[in-house]
Ligand binder design. Sequence first.
Ligand code: ATP
Ligand code: MG
Length: 138
Amino acid sequence: MSRTFSIIKPDATKRNITGAINKIIEDNNLMIIAQKRIQLSKEKAEGFYSIHKNKPFFNDLIQYMTSGPVIVQVLHGENAVQVYRKIMGATNPENAENGTIRKLYALNIQENSVHGSDSDENAITEINYFFDDSEIII
Ligand code: ATP
Ligand code: MG
């Protein structure tokens, strides 16, 4: 069993489809063991996506990620990182497989509805960036 970190992004909270996304998560044997709805500050969003700070899309990404509430989550299950990346689908929804969250719900390459950690190591860092141990309940 392992953990991954997830964000349901502002395009999804605005369209009131967080429950639909959570159903896909749960249908794929991932358990939501922590969850909260927050408004990201510019500083918090920049810190989270600091790996992309030299990319041409960085400023737009920060503007988008702070444009409305997000749901931050800790997911638990077998191969949580890999399973969640698979059910999220490709970054660009045009390339995402049928049945994935991004194929079903993403609007475009930026407003792509969900974030998921890309390694176990990053999952731990990202979980700790948003959650205290006492907020994670199995
Ligand atoms: P995430 O890290 O959010 O799970 P990802 O790992 O699939 O997504 P990254 O390459 O890490 O993709 O990009 C982070 C986010 O930046 C994307 O999810 C998307 O919202 C935005 N993004 C990535 N590439 C582009 C692009 N070419 N144009 C606009 N926005 C982009
Ligand atoms: Mg990424």
